[in-house]
Ligand binder design. Structure first.
Ligand code: CA
Length: 226
């Protein structure tokens, strides 16, 4: 899987270095900017998963950067603000401008990492909230609802995850091993039949859409392309 990109916008080089060190240790790809305009430019071109944004920047401050990132649906990228101690008003302004959260300087690295991960988890959940559609099948992961031509399907939890995985990769072949990994959480030789069994049951329940799940001989399964 690709590493998630995190952009640090902070004028103090030692703080950037500290953040970079800890973020890289957690497996993130780190980008840095020392001022607002450079931060904005990187946010636009790189679209990082998260921006750590210092409020007190020379010239263009963190709020100006937030304003520059504004879109109809909030900031272009999620933002965690780094605010100064005692500047309560900064936090309020920042959150009003669409920042996801803030930490107060001097922050503990542990706390900062928890906030970073919490924001990324929320994003992940928000993304999985969208309804996946393909050939009459609709799957709403958040509401745990799946339908074919509007008719509800009574799927087991495993069948649901299986269908979700295939929908997320529609048109691409999914090997039995990949399906075992994402649906069952493990991959073990000899369990390939487990996948076949569940696909058979899933097809039976899909009714009119049964043939959308194609068998790719010797490899695995795929959802028929449009
Ligand atoms: Ca600063």
């Amino acid at each position: 899987m690709d590493k998630k990109k995190i952009l640090i916008v902070e004028d103090e080089a030692d703080i950037r270095e500290l953040l970079r060190y800890h973020l890289e240790r957690e497996g993130f790809d780190v980008l840095e900017a020392g001022d607002g305009p450079a931060g904005l430019a990187l946010a636009r071109t790189e679209q990082p998963a998260l921006m750590l944004l210092d409020v007190m920047l020379p010239g263009m401050d963190g709020f100006d950067v937030l304003r520059g990132l504004a879109t109809e649906n909030g900031p272009l990228v999620p933002v965690l603000l780094l605010t100064a101690r005692g500047e309560e008003v900064d936090r309020v302004v920042g959150l009003t401008l669409g920042a996801d959260d803030y930490v107060v300087k001097p922050f503990s690295v542990r706390e900062l990492m928890l906030r970073v991960k919490a924001i990324l988890r929320r994003q992940e959940r928000a993304r999985s909230g969208t309804v996946l559609r393909h050939h009459g099948i609709a799957l709403d992961a958040e509401r745990h609802r799946a339908t074919v031509n509007g008719e509800s399907l009574a799927l087991t939890a495993t069948e649901f995850r299986l269908l979700e995985d295939l929908l997320r990769h529609s048109g691409a072949v999914r090997t039995r091993e990949q399906l075992l990994n994402t649906v069952w959480g493990y991959s073990f030789e000899g369990y390939a039949r487990t996948v076949d069994t569940h696909v058979r049951r899933l097809r039976a329940k899909l009714g009119a859409a049964a043939d959308v799940v194609e068998t790719v001989r010797g490899v695995g399964y795929r959802l028929k392309e449009d």
